[in-house]
Design a protein around this ligand. Structure first.
Ligand code: AMP
Ligand code: MG
Length: 297
């Protein structure tokens, strides 16, 4: 299979992490797998031009999801879970891709350091509470994976505790998917050099100071431990029910195109359709016509 979407069945097939053979270190963060031939002349211009087109299609798919929940009592919902190193582009992806949806049907939750109340519960407690309702598109900016990433790297709990979490995560995600939630797990994969550039931007540009946290540099020093922890999470938690997708993310235009395309492919696989009327169309059309006659407009 080539790295070209014209050759592959889908972008999902190209980006899905294979737990048997996958290795995060072997995935090039500057790569652009799946760009079609049409993009070759100027891939950046092409990808940026595609985004609003994909966005229109995502909007329509989301509308069908909402309609099915409203009229047919469907329990279907979609959850996009985003993980990345600091400066990996989580916020930018949400702005550019998730921004294409109707905001009324989107529920975005960012997971930071747990509160005392959250720490008093199981690590999945706050996650379960944040799951999207029927018809909603949920977005997780960070997630329960922090509990096997930053928590592991910084030894915030004993090793036996985080080691037991991969299995718990797999069981939890299988239950979530089983309850009608389409779970799309995306890791935005940036390089060490790209992170430096983005941190540097945050220190040079007064409009970006607020995004910088001195602890980001402390975490950067632990880069190899984080990459190992990410690789383990990808290997141990890439299941049939809930696969992981690794999106090369050094190039923002590719990242946005890839996440939008992946979302659209997964939406389409749901086979959503606008529901038929649950009333008599002819009767209602006639009623409106009569009413208009009476009122003269
Ligand atoms: P930001 O996304 O820049 O707002 O930062 C959120 C911070 O919360 C990051 O440093 C995360 O590593 C941290 N965080 C998120 N979840 C957890 C968790 N379960 N335990 C400890 N730290 C966490
Ligand atoms: Mg941060």
């Amino acid at each position: 299979m080539g790295d070209d979407l014209d050759m592959a069945r889908s972008l999902a097939d190209l980006l899905r992490f294979d737990p048997a053979t996958g290795d995060l270190a072997a995935i090039d963060p500057r790569g652009t797998p799946g760009l079609p031939k049409a993009a070759r002349e100027d891939p950046k211009v092409w990808a940026r031009a595609q985004l609003p087109i994909l966005g229109g299609e995502l909007f329509a798919e989301q509308e069908k999801l909402v309609a099915a929940a409203k009229t047919a009592g469907s329990r279907q919902r979609v959850l996009l879970l985003i993980q990345a190193m600091d400066c990996g582009g989580k916020d930018g992806t949400i702005k550019h891709v998730v921004g294409e949806f109707n905001p009324q049907g989107v529920q975005i939750v960012a997971f930071g350091k747990p509160t005392e109340e959250e720490l008093a519960h199981d690590f999945l407690w706050r996650i379960e509470k944040a799951l999207p309702g029927p018809g909603q598109v949920g977005v997780f900016n960070r997630s329960h994976y922090e509990d096997v990433l930053t928590v592991r790297v910084n030894s915030l709990v004993p090793a036996r505790t985080w080691r037991a979490r991969y299995n718990k995560i797999n069981k939890f995600e299988a239950a979530v998917v089983g309850s009608g939630c389409e779970l799309i797990k995306v890791m935005l994969h940036i390089s060490y050099a790209e992170q430096r550039g983005r941190l540097s931007d945050r220190l040079q540009d007064p409009t970006k100071y607020w995004k910088y946290n001195p602890s980001d540099l402390d975490e950067r020093r632990k880069w190899p431990a984080y990459q190992d922890a990410y690789n383990d999470a990808l290997v141990k938690c890439s299941t049939d029910a809930a696969p992981w997708y690794v999106v090369p993310a050094d190039r923002k235009w590719y990242r946005d195109w890839a996440v939008a395309t992946l979302l659209l492919e997964r939406f389409r696989a749901l086979g959503l359709a606008y529901p038929p009327p649950d009333f008599d169309l002819d009767v209602e059309r006639e009623r409106l016509a009569q009413e208009a006659k009476v009122n003269g407009t």
